[in-house]
Structures are given as structure tokens and as C-alpha cells.
Design a protein around this ligand. Structure first.
Ligand SMILES: NC(=O)c1ccc[n+]([C@@H]2O[C@H](COP(=O)([O-])OP(=O)(O)OC[C@H]3O[C@@H](n4cnc5c(N)ncnc54)[C@H](O)[C@@H]3O)[C@@H](O)[C@H]2O)c1
Length: 358
């Protein structure tokens, strides 16, 4: 069992049966424990959790519909109404069992209800393990705009047990992989090199790499919980990525990791054209991203729509669009203003690459 201490949160990585979950549940004896799941984690993860911890047998289960399109206020309202009907209160505990959709939304549900209930995360997707469950950002989407409503309040505990990854569909690993690559690219060249050499599915289950990613997220986010400075680095790939994801959400949704994979290439392209990132490093990164994430073609109309979405990015300041750029592999820089021309050129570059491969 590895313990990672993060201000306000205890993170444990290893088998749940060796963790302190039993003791944590004991703190809520006599109170309700509410387990939030989506349809998949209900069917594939809940039994393992409940059979390991008898204290959970009488828990109330809140079932969310699967998918990012359900990370919305309408679903929250239904859940809060159910919380009220059951008479849940501030001394109760919410346990979020799922991927980033469940941890983001479950954290938001708990942190807002009756001005805040305690909540803990048991992430079940690679993305949630290495990123979403750590760092205190909870939230939901507002139409095509990602994570526009939310709170920054940390889970009391995070229990990361790689056993849950056994049922995770292969394509979902690439979502987590995008966020892992992000850590390597902005912060840790050795991690990027290690991730670049991933070959088999087993590589994704490597606890040492999961631990390294969690530690980076904690190191960066602990010192800057409200994202005034260094934490902005973790938005690498997300200025383009969120807008692409939001744009596609209206027609044919693509996964968060897929959008971030393309977004990282676009932001590397801007870094290279500004002379910050060397051409060699750019081509090394681009080659890895293009073989991992199918690139998309953007018409002029799409580009315009994506730029409009970028103007509503929550990281903007004074109506200007900012993004993270790379100075080298392992060295990100934040607070770089982006021009519309650069955005258009980067999306056209992605389109050309995509067309050349089809
Ligand atoms: N809060 C943060 O700091 C942060 C950081 C990164 C991403 N996010 C958010 O995370 C979300 C994406 O997370 P995600 O990729 O985990 O999405 P997700 O939660 O939708 O999970 C992806 C799919 O995998 C299924 N699944 C999860 N665990 C499973 C398991 N063990 N076995 C079988 N199926 C399983 C889910 O039901 C879903 O169908 C996005 O909403 C993104 O905005 C938040």
C-alpha cells in the first residue's frame, strides 16, 4: 500500500482490502453511506466493493446514467431531489465509485448539498485514478461548455485499487493515457519517455506509473489549489481539447482523452511555430499522438465553432484565450495568449495530417 499525503486528502494506492477504507467507513457509523455509481460501475465494480466491506451492505445506491452527456444539471437535480426524499444530511458520506464522470459529478453533488457533505472517491477508470479523483475539482458541463459549474473541494480520501481496471474497456485506457502523457510533457521528461515505450495493455496497469502520475498531480495542485499559477500547467492540451470535445458533444461525441490528445498536438504545434519547442521534439510528440488518437478534419465552419467555444473557456481572462505551451519535453509554460490566427493554423495542421492518413 502506498500512501500519498495531499493537503486535506489521504490517497491510498493498492488493494482495497489492505486500505484504511474500513476505518474510514467506521467514522460514519449510524449515518447514511451513499454510493454513487454509473450503469457500468454498478454492474462491474459495485459487487467487489460491497462484498469486501460489510459496512456498505446497507448503503443507498445512486445510479447515474453513463456518459459525459449526463454530466449535467438536470441529472444533478434528480439526484438532489432523491437525497432530500431519503432525508440525507450533512453527517452522511457520499462514496463515488466510477470514472471521472462519476467522481466529478458525485463530488459536485456532495459538495453542494446542504452546503457540503463529506465525500470519498474510489476511482475505477485509469483517467480517474491518475487525474480526476485527485486535486479537488468537482463539476458538471453547461451545454457544450465543459466543467462550467463546479466546486474546488477535496475528497476526504481517495482509494486507488488497480483491480477495477480489469473490466475497463481497452479504449478507455487511452483516456487515462492522454492525461499521463500530459504530466510527462509539462513536468517530467523521463515519465514521457517511459510512457512512449508502452506496448501492451499490461503497461497501463503499472502501479509505479500510476503512483508517479498521482504524485505529480498532488505536487502541482497542492501548492495551488485554486489555480492561480503552476496548476494551470495541468490544462495542457485542454484549451483546444475542451473546445473540440464540446463541439463534438453536439453531434458525435468523442472521449475526453481523444480530444485532449488532439489538443496536445495543436498546442505543441503552436509551441513549435513560436520557436519555443524544437522541431525534433515536436515531431517526436506528434508521431506518438497521431498513432494513439485518430485525428479529425475540421472545416472552416467547425474551426469557427471551436474558436467560439474557446472564447467561453473558464481559463480565459479579460476575454482573451490562454493556453499552456511547451518549451521542451518536460517543461511547460502557462499563461500564453493565443491568437485566432494561431488557433486556425493549428486546427488546419491537424486537418491536413488527418487527411494525409486517410
Ligand atoms: N476533476 C478533474 O480534475 C478532472 C481531470 C480530468 C478529467 N476530468 C473529467 O473526467 C471525465 C472523464 O473521465 P473518464 O474517462 O473516466 O470517463 P467516464 O467516467 O465516463 O468513464 C468512461 C467509461 O468507462 C466506464 N467505466 C469506468 N470504470 C469502469 C470499470 N472499472 N469497468 C468498466 N467500465 C468502467 C464508464 O461507465 C464509462 O462508460 C470527464 O468528464 C472529464 O472532464 C476531471
Amino acid at each position: 500500500m502506498t500512501n500519498i499525503s495531499s493537503e486535506g486528502t489521504q490517497i491510498e494506492i493498492g488493494s482495497l482490502s489492505d486500505s484504511s477504507l474500513s476505518e474510514v467507513l467506521g467514522l460514519y457509523k449510524g449515518n447514511n453511506i451513499i454510493i454513487v455509481v454509473d450503469e457500468n460501475t454498478h454492474d462491474l465494480c459495485l459487487e467487489y466493493l460491497i462484498t469486501s466491506f460489510p459496512a456498505l451492505e446497507k448503503s443507498e445506491i445512486i445510479l447515474l446514467p453513463n456518459g459525459e452527456e449526463n454530466k449535467v444539471m438536470e441529472v444533478c437535480m434528480q439526484v438532489w431531489n432523491a437525497f432530500s426524499e431519503y432525508g440525507f444530511g450533512r453527517k452522511d458520506l457520499v462514496l463515488n465509485l466510477g470514472g471521472g464522470m462519476v467522481t466529478d459529478m458525485g463530488g459536485f453533488l456532495a459538495s453542494v448539498f446542504k452546503r457540503g457533505m463529506d465525500f470519498i472517491h474510489v476511482p475505477t477508470s485509469l483517467l480517474a485514478m491518475v487525474d480526476a479523483a485527485v486535486g479537488g475539482k468537482n463539476g458538471i458541463d453547461l451545454g457544450p461548455y465543459k466543467n462550467q459549474l463546479g466546486t474546488i473541494i477535496k475528497a476526504k480520501n481517495v482509494f486507488i485499487d488497480a483491480a477495477f481496471l480489469q473490466t475497463l474497456p481497452e479504449k478507455e485506457f487511452y483516456n487515462g493515457y492522454a492525461e499521463m502523457l500530459k504530466y510527462g510533457l509539462v513536468y517530467d521528461e523521463a515519465l514521457f519517455n517511459e510512457l512512449s515505450s508502452f506496448k501492451t495493455e499490461d503497461d497501463f496497469n503499472r502501479l509505479d506509473i500510476i503512483e508517479k502520475c498521482v504524485q505529480i498531480k498532488v505536487d502541482i495542485s497542492d501548492g495551488d489549489l485554486f489555480e492561480k499559477g503552476e496548476r494551470k500547467l495541468l490544462n495542457f492540451g485542454h484549451t483546444f481539447g475542451h473546445a473540440i470535445e464540446g463541439f463534438k458533444l453536439q453531434t458525435e461525441p468523442i472521449s475526453h482523452g481523444h480530444a485532449v490528445g488532439i489538443g496536445m498536438c495543436a498546442e505543441c504545434y503552436v509551441s513549435m511555430t513560436r520557436g519555443l519547442l524544437s522541431k525534433d521534439d515536436f515531431h517526436k510528440i506528434q508521431a506518438l499522438l497521431i498513432k494513439t488518437y485518430p485525428f479529425l478534419t475540421f472545416t472552416e465552419e467547425c474551426i469557427q465553432a471551436i474558436i467560439s467555444l474557446m472564447y467561453n473557456d473558464k481559463k480565459n481572462e479579460g476575454g482573451k484565450i490562454f493556453c499552456v505551451l511547451l518549451q521542451a519535453i518536460g517543461k511547460g509554460s502557462y499563461h500564453n495568449e493565443l491568437s485566432e490566427k494561431e488557433i486556425r493554423e493549428a486546427l488546419l495542421h491537424i486537418s491536413l495530417l488527418s487527411e494525409s492518413l486517410n
